[in-house]
Every structure is written in C-alpha cells, then in structure tokens.
Ligand binder design. Structure first.
Ligand code: G6P
Length: 368
C-alpha cells in the first residue's frame, strides 16, 4: 500500500481496489487465537472496557457514517446503548454521561478540528475511557486518547474517503465483538463472528468483478442532477455514505433516506427522471423493502437495486439489478459500500469532474 497511483487513473480508484488487502491487514493483527485480541486496543483495554454499558460515538463526514453503522451492531450484539453524534454538534451542547460510558472517536486523519475538540471536551466529562479509531498513528487524536484501535488502510490520498471507511467498519465490528464478549458472548459465537469477518476480503474481491456493470449503471445516473439512495437498518447509513460519495465527486444533488420514510417526503420528488438506488440485502427487512420499491416503481422512478443473490429481484424496463455476493451479518455493510463507491467514481468520470480533489473540499478539515 504505497502513495503512488501505480496502474490506476486516480487515487480514489486505487484506494477502492485496495480494500480487500487493507481489510485483511486491519483484521489480522487484531486477532489472537482466532478471537479479538483486546491488547490491540491498548495494554489496559480489558480493564477499561469490561463493564461498559453505554457508548458515545463522535465523528465527522464519512467517519460519522461508520459510527452510525456501528451503533446498530453495538446495540443488537452487545446490548449496550449507543449514541452517535456529529462532532460539530456534540461539542457545543450539554451532554449527559451515565457511569460506564465509553467515548469513541472515528477519524481517518486524526486531525479533524471538530472531532479533536470533541475529544478534549469529552475528557472533561465522566467517561470511563476514551477510544480513538484512527488511520494515522502519529495523529493528535491518537496521542490524546486512552485507547487506540488503528485502521491499517495506509495513506488515503483521494479526498473522498473509501478504504478508511471500510476499515473503520471492520474495527467497529471487532470492538462490538469484544464488548459482546464482556457481556457474555460465548467463545463459540465469537469464533463464528470472526470467521465471518475473515470472509470480507474475498467478498470485496467479488464485487470488483462488477466494475463494468457498475460503470454502465453510472452513465444513467451521471446524466441526471439528483439521485435518491434508500436503505433500511444498517443499510440506511450505507445509503447515506453512497449519497455523500456521489455528491462529493460529481457535484450532483443526492440524498439518502431510510426506505420507510419514503412516503413522508421524498416520494414527492420521484418521477421518470429520478434514479433511485436501493440497497436490498436478503434479510428480515426484504419484504418491507420490496413494498417501498413498489411505490417508487409506481411513480416511474429509475430503480437501481443492489441486492444479494437470491433476493428475487429481476431487471425490468425501468429497473436494473446489481447482484452482489450474499454476505449477511457483520460484513454486509462493507460489501454494499463497494458498489456505491464505484458508482460515484464512474459517474464522476462521465461528468469529467476532478475525482481526487473535488472543488471546495479538503482531505482533512483542521480548522473549524
Ligand atoms: C473531510 C473529508 C472526508 C472525511 C471527513 C472526516 O470532510 O473530505 O472524506 O470523511 O473530513 O475526516 P476524518 O479524517 O476525521 O475521518
């Protein structure tokens, strides 16, 4: 993982295609005998984390979306309560901190002004511990946090974050597994969850093979000025990340909605000119998703459905289906992120924008 483009046209493209490698590189050093190695977070991690009951996650931009995804896992797998907040909001309000609360920051750079200020603010509150999930070992955030869980994404040059995000998802899953262990998760279950995470690189490689198909879908999107992204559960923050990627590098207007909110507003925008990207994995919410998509179809929206093998979607006149490998559980958010990154990337190529350095944006926002 070096800082040159190599065979790729753009850093963003290179970074998308590095994700199988960096996910593995992030996962392996965090394991010991097939289980999460708590020492990977710091020498006193066990002592600080073993009775955690609440988690506050604070971040900005793409890192905030990783925090949102994690909040679903933390509550469902560990039974701890979890609150996720934008750093710029968190730092300017009165925060209630119950005993046994862990404060987590997520940041690629470790230098984002609001996230750093939020950490400094949090250190004056009665948190049990502060933990940084960060990609830069020498960063301020890492230096100032009690516990550190590094992502091993390597240098990320493209302004729009890609590999930092999926490695954050990996580390947050590992953190959730660790906290679940302290809440009584059996070793057998833990091994099974880790086995699932080990499959992430291979699943990601299978998505790479959809690149041409995604480029074709991106052409249809790039002709429009607006796109709507829909998801439910953990796919909702992944939809938010997909909309953000598109916005950042194509300058199109894009937004994400939890699919159940469709009829509370965005349905009014849907007509034959509107591409609607739906994330529809095979899970207990599939039937609900299908009825949400029927609403879009009835208004003539141009559906792009990203779904697992076996989810039962078919290409239609105004509907294209992109089939991704069946993943489930902890790794679906990673698997579903890839096509959205590639969709934004190819749409930006069609629109001729500066993929690696979009106008008005900076890689790291070190001033407020
Ligand atoms: C900027 C970057 C984003 C990034 C955000 C947070 O807006 O352009 O890609 O997600 O900052 O950065 P951080 O380094 O804290 O993850």
């Amino acid at each position: 993982v070096d800082a040159t483009k190599g065979i790729y046209d753009h850093f963003m493209q290179k970074e998308i295609f590095e994700q199988d490698t960096v996910l593995e590189r992030t996962l392996l050093p965090a394991l010991k005998n097939g289980l999460v190695n708590e020492a990977a977070l710091g020498d006193n991690a066990a002592e600080l984390l073993k009775d955690i009951e609440h988690v506050h996650i604070v971040a900005c931009g793409t890192s905030y979306h990783a925090g949102m995804v994690a909040s679903y896992t933390l509550e469902s797998l560990c039974g701890v309560t979890c609150k996720v907040e934008l750093a710029s909001e968190y730092r300017y309000r009165r925060v209630v901190v119950k005993p046994k609360t862990l404060f987590v920051t997520l940041s690629q750079s470790g230098e984002t002004a609001d996230t750093l200020a939020a950490l400094r603010f949090a250190k004056r509150q009665p948190y049990q511990a502060t933990l940084a999930i960060c990609n830069v070992p020498e960063s301020s955030l890492v230096r100032e946090s009690q516990l550190v869980f590094l992502t091993q994404a390597g240098p990320e040059i493209g302004v729009a974050s890609t590999k930092a995000f999926t490695t954050q998802l990996m580390n947050m899953s590992l953190l959730a597994v660790l906290l679940a262990r302290y809440q009584g998760l059996s070793q057998h279950r833990e091994l099974a969850l880790i086995d699932m995470l080990r499959r992430a690189p291979e699943q990601v490689r299978r998505v790479y093979s959809l690149d041409n198909q995604i480029a074709e879908l991106a052409e249809g999107i790039a002709e429009r000025n607006y796109a709507l992204f829909l998801g439910r559960g953990q796919m909702y923050p992944i939809a938010m990340e997909g909309a953000l990627k598109l916005k950042e590098i194509t300058y199109m207007s894009a937004e994400a909605y939890a699919a159940g909110e469709l009829k509370h507003g965005p349905l009014a925008l849907v007509d034959s000119q509107v591409p609607v990207v739906a994330l529809a994995p095979y899970n207990p919410l599939l039937a609900k998703m299908k009825s949400n998509l029927a609403e879009v179809r009835a208004r003539g929206g141009q559906l792009i459905v990203i779904a697992d093998e076996g989810a039962g979607y078919r290409d239609g006149t105004s509907e294209r289906v992109l089939t991704v490998p069946k993943s489930g559980g902890l790794i679906s958010p990673i698997v579903y992120t890839l096509p959205l990154q590639l969709l934004a990337y190819h749409a930006a190529l069609y629109r001729g924008t500066n993929v690696d350095q979009p106008r008005n944006l900076a890689k790291s926002v070190t001033v407020e």
